[in-house]
Design a protein. Structure first.
Ligand code: SF4
Length: 698
């Protein structure tokens, strides 16, 4: 409950940004809001610069408070009433579906939306619009690790243990994650491993995290899977294989080994650039540790072979006998604030709530009963995020798109093409609290509430369910996304009670819909969360304590065993050549979050990192005729991003790095490759072929 004195209200809440969901208190007095860190297991009183400055997003000068509408693309948008905006959207949806069919209207959600919103969004798509065309930006974030977890363990929960378990680790292998910048308070959980000389970081860049490592392996972008196979080979060849664990708890080792046997470390050295000695040393560190962990993040996962690559790192953890052993394990570091919950409640193209498959007849029956509809009327699976964006406005693609909590003009790969597809739509509706780059293209913009102005739950990177309660009143004129969905659903003829606007009421329904599913929230209530209970799903009953640690006795496949994945190296979808001789990789910086729509509006953060840049080795820069501080063009087959040169001697000669938080011609995603992983449908954000040249006039 918020603590209220005569003039001051203090609310316990969590940061609006990343999946660590650091605890914070918000004090509001009059119109001003102050952030104070709060002791919570994930952050223990720490916050990063984004968290410290997050109150500024609440008072950002560009805050939208009135719906905007333009009836033709030539006309400028003008403010209208909510009724006029929602009536217009409803009328257009009706027309488009009448002329083009139900799938002509699509929805695009976000991994930062609360559990209640993601649940309502998926239900709105399937029940009110009856469209199969719904997916979300988490497809660009977590989907490869999720697919690998389901394949190997039978279940996907980012960390299947509390983050505080890492405090006792002697050795940690961190693959493709730069936690020192992306979630700085997380670094305290690696302190013991760092102090013992047990941190191994795999990253093509020498990041702030790699600086702390005893061993930094710097593979060429796109060769992570080969590196995992080489290290697996070293586990076997150097006598570190945990035979007892493999026979008691796993299947499929032999099939997997038939491939890994071909990847001896010296061969892998030739492909990745990581020495065989370093591969073996990293394996030794893990094998000799009492408590050891393998962690993956976006660097390993955002590839056209991302699901196989994440699977290969899990294979390594299994070979060492780590997952499900107390004090050891494998985990994936989820990125977005509700990256975990966002993929559990039905906003994904192939899913229903409870992390159920949409083509499973029993799942359809269960969820349809909760929704009070006929299971036969529920649509089947739709297109994945990039495929959906790519199809917009095309002959068979959706003609209308409703976007909630996402900014694909900046965050989607091949961004110029995505903007073209959005422009080809008959109707683009964006619900946001600022005029994001995607909202700028919209026919209708709906101004919505943000984190501290609304109630809702999120599920953090450990599968821990958190309650964020309203700390301040929203500005006049804005509505919650739940209000928007209610307003549209009722106009489309749905009963009002089917789309409640109160988040706790939505959560009560979500509990029933998730009951018996993989991500079972049926035993979670807001009352338990308000009482301070720390609940990690599954929580199948109201007297169940939750499940902080998975896999201690069994994995989630029917036979209780983990399955090694027989995966092989494929290399980048777009190898470098004479025209595009360099490999570009993308990532984040400390001061900005995702597409930057929020953090670029916080003065302190914008001042610290005001524009994009490209990190280049000095020799590579010299060959391109570029020097420190010059503006350059990073050119790929899909487009050109403008970025200021930062000469970084630790960069690989063949690699350049771009942060992806910036807009306009600085968008890193103008160059990225939308080649998709065949299993997860993850685009290849982390590697594409480019060349560097001076920008005109430089
Ligand atoms: Fe914590 Fe992440 Fe917020 Fe930084 S951005 S304060 S690491 S939750």
């Amino acid at each position: 409950e918020p603590l209220t004195t005569s003039a001051l209200t203090i609310t316990k809440t969590h940061c609006p940004y990343c999946a660590l969901q650091c605890g914070m208190n918000l004090s509001s007095e009059g119109g001003s809001v102050v952030v104070q860190p709060r002791d919570f297991p994930t952050n223990r009183g720490g916050l990063c610069q984004k968290g410290w400055t997050s109150a500024a997003v609440l008072t950002t000068p560009g805050r939208l408070t009135q719906p905007l509408l333009r009836r033709s693309r030539e006309a400028p948008p003008h403010p209208v009433s909510w009724d006029e905006a929602l009536d217009y959207v409803t009328e257009r949806i009706r027309d488009i579906q009448r002329q083009r069919g139900l799938d002509a209207v699509a929805l695009f959600g976000g991994g930062g939306l609360t559990n209640e919103k993601t649940y309502a969004l998926g239900k709105f798509a399937r029940v009110a619009l009856r469209t199969s065309q719904v997916d979300y930006n988490g497809r660009f974030c977590m989907s490869s690790a999720a697919a690998a977890g389901i394949r190997v363990f039978g279940i996907d929960r980012g960390l299947p243990f509390p983050v505080t378990d890492l405090d006792d680790a002697d050795a940690v292998l961190l693959v493709g994650g730069n936690v020192a910048e992306t979630m700085p308070p997380f670094s305290q959980h690696l302190r013991r491993a760092v102090d013992l000389g047990g941190l191994v970081v795999i990253d093509p860049r020498r990041t702030a995290t790699a600086e702390q490592a005893a061993l930094h392996l710097q593979p060429a972008p796109g060769t992570d899977l080969a590196l995992a196979l080489g290290m697996l080979h070293a586990v076997v060849a150097d006598g570190h294989l945990d035979h007892d664990y493999i026979s008691a708890r796993t299947n499929g080792f032999e099939e997997m080994w038939r491939i890994a046997a071909q990847w001896w470390p010296e061969r892998v050295e030739r492909v990745t650039g990581v020495s065989a000695a370093d591969q073996r040393a990293a394996v030794r560190l893990l094998a000799r540790a009492h408590n050891a962990y393998v962690l993956t993040a976006r660097g390993a996962e955002q590839h056209a072979s991302g699901a196989d690559t994440a699977s290969a790192w899990i294979n390594l953890a299994l070979a060492l006998g780590l997952p499900g052993r107390p004090g050891s394990g494998y985990g994936c570091l989820t990125g977005q604030g509700n990256g975990q919950g966002g993929r559990e409640h039905g906003q994904k193209a192939d899913q229903l709530p409870g992390y159920r498959k949409i083509d499973d007849p029993a799942a359809r029956e269960h969820v349809a009963a909760v929704w009070g509809v006929d299971p036969a009327e529920l649509p089947g699976p739709g297109r994945s995020a990039y495929e959906l964006l790519d199809a917009l406005g095309g002959a068979d693609g959706p003609r209308a798109l409703l976007v909630f909590g996402s900014n694909p003009v900046v965050s989607a790969p091949r961004a110029a093409h995505v903007a073209e597809r959005l422009a080809a739509l008959d109707l683009l509706v964006v619900a946001d609290f600022v005029l994001s780059e995607t909202a700028e293209l919209a026919d209708v913009v709906l101004p919505v509430t943000q984190w501290a102005e609304e109630d809702g739950t999120l599920t953090n990177l450990e599968g821990r369910i958190l309650l964020r309660e309203r700390a301040i009143e929203p500005p006049q004129g804005v509505r919650s996304d739940l209000d928007v969905l209610h307003g549209l659903a009722t106009r489309l003829g749905q009963p009002a009670e089917r789309f409640p606007t109160d988040a706790e009421t939505v959560f009560e329904e979500l509990r029933r819909a998730s009951a018996g599913g993989v991500a079972d929230y049926s035993g979670v209530s807001w009352e338990r969360l308000r009482d301070g209970e720390q609940l990690h799903w599954p929580v199948p009953a109201v007297d169940h304590p939750g499940t902080p640690r998975l896999f201690l006795d069994r994995f989630a496949h029917p036979d209780g065993r983990a399955r090694f994945a027989a995966v092989n190296h494929r290399g980048p979808a777009e190898p470098p050549d004479a025209d595009f001789p360099l490999l570009a990789t993308t990532g984040r910086v400390l001061q900005h979050y995702q597409s930057g729509a929020q953090t670029r509006r916080v003065a302190e953060l914008a001042k610290a990192v005001p524009e994009s840049y490209v990190e280049v080795h000095p020799d590579t820069a010299a060959r391109a005729g570029l020097a420190e501080g010059q503006l350059s063009r990073v050119v790929s087959r899909r487009g050109t991003a403008v970025a200021r040169v930062r000469v970084v001697p630790s960069m690989r000669l063949d690699t350049v790095f771009l942060p992806f938080h910036f807009a306009g011609d600085q968008r890193a995603n103008l160059v990225t490759n939308p080649a998709l992983d065949p299993i997860s449908r993850m685009p290849e954000f982390k590697v594409c072929a480019v060349r560097l040249e001076p920008a005109p006039g430089e």
